[in-house]
Design a protein. Sequence first.
Length: 295
Amino acid sequence: MNRDWIATARTLSEALPYLQRYSNAVVVVKFGGNAMGDDEAMAEFARDIVLMKQVGMNPIVCHGGGPMINDLLGRLGIESQFVRGKRVTTKEIVEVVEMVLSGLVNKRIVQAINDAGGRAVGISGKDDDMMVCEADDPELGFVGRPVEMNVQIIRDLYGAGMIPVIAPVATGMADNETFNVNGDTAAGAIAGALKADRLLLLTDVAGVKDASGKVVTQLHPDQVREMIADGQIAGGMIPKTETALKALDDGVRAVVILDGRVPNACLLELFTEHGAGSLIRSTEPRIPPRAGDEL
């Protein structure tokens, strides 16, 4: 008997408690980073999402696309202005953002999931007024902060067996107003509005690290606030952890910041005892953990 087959069967058997735990669970996955620009990584991510759907979960993908936006702005010769290190999103730039996110990037992810045997449908925050925003900072132009969420369209899609793939482009309070929304912020707002079981934020780092550089696998919101205050959490990890805290406040059961560069990161996190990143939760698990279960 081939040992690889035996190992595969054992892995499937060991995954049973996790498959049972997440049956019918709503899981929002923020997809971004280096994996988006790599065909092989994209295909692997798509297979993971299709598998999640196949075993009875309701995965929802929200994506970014910063590098692709920068690339097209450069090719079009559109110069950007920056305020405090952040790009000012003019009306001209937000048109490019919508073209890239709702068009190129969104449909590429949809196609990858469909190629893997799933049924993906691409939408943006504009569809059915799902995400309505106001300016997060007037100096930054059309950068939005979600103020109203209407997520019935997402429930309708996953209830019909579809996998929603959402571009973080939103409508404004005024007619014909378009906002660019940070991908993590959009994913957090969607997860909060759905009261999701999990929000998975895929990044290009291993997770939240302590002062010694070691990844902290489990965190309580109070610990996160303390680590931000004393500088252990810094730079780009601050907005990610703040997104996590807001999502928990909005009713998400747990948030995981995990390394999207790790093969099958979502499956590792959801279906193994090991996990793949830093889990942040403020409540006890809905289903008590089994012996040796770290979730």
